[in-house]
Design a protein. Sequence first.
Length: 100
Amino acid sequence: MTLMLHPESSVDVTPVGSVVVRGIARVRGRIHYVETSPADLPAQLVVRLVDDSGGLDCIFMGRRTIAGIEPGAMLQVEGRIGRGADVPVMYNPRYELLAA
C-alpha cells in the first residue's frame, strides 16, 4: 500500500460510530494506540482509530510496523467492516496518512 499525505476532506467519510458490520466504509480519525503481535506469533499490527463517535481497530496482517503509523497521527482508512470483541474491525484496509 502506498503511503499518501493529503489535506483533510470529508468526501464520503463515515463517522466510526455509524459503520455497519459487513458494509464497506471510509473513516477518519486519530490513532489512539498501536499494538504488534509477539515475535513468536504470526505478524499482525493492530491500530485503534478513534473519532468523536467511537473507535475502530484496523488490523494489518503480515505487518509489524508501517512508517508513519503511530499514536497521535491522523489516518483515513477504507475497507469492509467486521465485528470485533469491543469495537468494529477492518482487516488490511486501504489507508492514507493525513496531514495534521
